[in-house]
Design a binder for this molecule. Structure first.
Ligand code: TMP
Length: 219
């Protein structure tokens, strides 16, 4: 039985490390796990990622940024996510639709309604079952990025009020939809955090499985 999990959070929350650790735990428990990321996850998506994130000298206007992120997502859904879900895998995706609503919506100020409509066009009904929010104050996240030795990407270099709007959007989205969002403090030790995140995912998987089984019995 499939499960689609997206990981979200401000820059520097440590999502990619967490996804690796959580994926190890879930596959050790015997499940088929697919790790992927956005923008990226497909050959086309990785090329779009370079265009979007390289801090080159080209300016990308907010609407073009939203369209490029979403175009990469449409390809990703069709080529990777939908097939993995159809074969019953647990998909762990580093960022998904909520990143567009947070960064291009709250961050850049594009209208949420128009972005949501654009997402529906690209996703064709594929939405995460759970969103794991790895929460960290945005200035601490950016400090971590500075300290990591990894070069800052084009979006990391945006100003601190941009990153604060992104973080506030995430916190509010999680409050508005507690059935889908689960919030973790990203400052915890990575191994302990991964234990709890993996347990949350597996619990949800077992619950969905039990409910589907119950429906089948009732039929
Ligand atoms: P990451 O490696 O931290 O995931 O970097 C991706 C960057 O792209 C990050 O700053 C968030 C940004 N982003 C958007 O602005 N909109 C999106 O839809 C996605 C997927 C990422």
């Amino acid at each position: 039985m499939s499960l689609f999990v997206s990981f979200e959070g401000p820059d520097g929350a440590g999502k990619s490390t967490q996804i690796t650790l959580v994926s190890e735990r879930i596959s050790r428990a015997g499940y088929d796990v697919v790790e992927t990321r956005e923008p990226g996850g497909t050959p086309l998506g990785e090329r779009v990622r370079s265009v979007l994130l390289d801090p080159g000298d080209h300016e990308i206007v907010p609407r073009a940024e939203a369209l490029l992120m979403t175009a990469a997502r449409a390809q990703h859904v069709d080529e990777v996510i939908r097939p993995a879900l159809e074969r019953g895998a647990i998909v762990l995706c580093d960022r998904f639709v909520d990143s567009t609503l947070a960064y291009q919506g709250a961050g850049r100020g594009l209208p949420q309604g128009e972005l949501t409509a654009l997402q529906e066009f690209a996703l064709q009904g594929i939405h995460p079952d759970i969103v794991i929010l790895l929460d960290i104050p945005s200035d601490e996240g950016i400090q971590r990025r500075h300290g990591s030795g990894v070069p800052l990407n084009r979006l990391d270099q945006d100003n601190s009020t941009f990153h604060e709007r992104v973080r506030s959007w995430y916190v509010q989205a999680a409050l508005d939809d507690p059935a889908r969002w689960v919030v973790f403090d990203a400052r915890r030790s990575p191994e302990d955090l991964a234990d709890d995140v993996a347990e949350t995912i597996l619990k949800r998987h077992r619950k969905n499985y039990a409910e589907t089984g119950a429906n089948r019995t009732e039929e």
